[in-house]
Design a protein around this ligand. Structure first.
Ligand SMILES: C[S@@+](CC[C@H](N)C(=O)[O-])C[C@H]1O[C@@H](n2cnc3c(N)ncnc32)[C@H](O)[C@@H]1O
Length: 227
């Protein structure tokens, strides 16, 4: 990829879902811009210059694909001395998070309403101390496994921006996703620390996890450390 001809990536997930409530449209119109981390899109930053990480000198954490934002808001409220970035391209999810933010009164959370790859590309090396990947899109068909987050392209980009010793947490309900995570994440420069059916002490169950539990798929939690 050259600065003049930035790579156009395929994004296979959903950007829009069912019609939003009027209140959710208002949240997007009024609240998204001030909470957005700027300088990430190809239009704003065509040369893909590295950005200054927000919240410095606070530690910086990232949640990839925050969905409705329940875990992200919970973490931001619990750890006020940490700066958090949440990435999510699905507009309905962003609107749900913004609704939660209206009540939360938090100043340590910023959003990238788009693909996490656009953020990873412009963060400086080793600037993240913790990363959450909660219930990534499962892509169950074998021919789609290469779209999963736990593949070389995503993981190499993630490893670059994580500090040595930084923690990478992955939760999933899909057995084959566990398999691929345990195979591929160590290859990208991480060491497995723990795995099993017991969540982290500060875990807050997400909408997707609740759905998985209702449908009889048990959660699996894995913790890695950047080497
Ligand atoms: C199965 S949902 C889980 C949502 C939430 N973490 C939860 O547990 O309820 C996966 C989420 O990842 C998001 N996602 C998929 N690809 C992404 C990408 N490249 N960058 C950021 N988010 C992404 C999707 O839009 C979706 O909201």
């Amino acid at each position: 990829m050259t600065p003049d001809a930035p790579e156009r990536r395929n994004f296979y997930g959903r950007i829009r879902g069912k019609t939003m409530r009027a209140s959710q449209k208002t949240y997007l119109e009024e609240d998204l811009a001030p909470l957005t981390l700027h300088g990430l899109t190809r239009e704003e930053n065509p040369s893909r210059s590295l950005i200054t990480p927000p919240f410095a000198p606070k530690p910086l954490w990232l949640e990839v694909g925050f969905g409705g934002g329940e875990h992200l808001v919970h973490m931001a409220a619990r750890y006020l001395d940490i700066g958090l970035i949440g990435c999510e391209p699905f507009v309905n999810g962003i609107a749900m998070l913004l609704g939660k933010m209206r009540q939360a009164n938090l100043t340590n959370l910023l959003l990238h309403p788009g693909d996490v790859r656009d953020l990873l590309e412009v963060l400086p090396p080793a600037c993240l101390q913790k990363v959450f990947l909660n219930y990534p899109d499962p892509w169950p068909k074998s021919r789609h496994h290469r779209r999963r987050f736990v593949t070389t392209g995503y993981l190499t980009a993630l490893a670059r921006v994580m500090e040595p010793g930084a923690e990478f947490r992955v939760a999933t309900d899909i057995a084959d996703y566990v398999r691929q995570t345990l195979e591929e994440v160590p290859l990208a420069g991480f060491t497995l620390i723990t795995q099993g059916s017991t969540p982290w002490d500060d875990w807050l169950s997400t909408r997707y996890e609740q759905k998985a539990l209702r449908e009889g798929r048990p959660p699996h939690y894995m913790t890695f450390r950047r080497t």
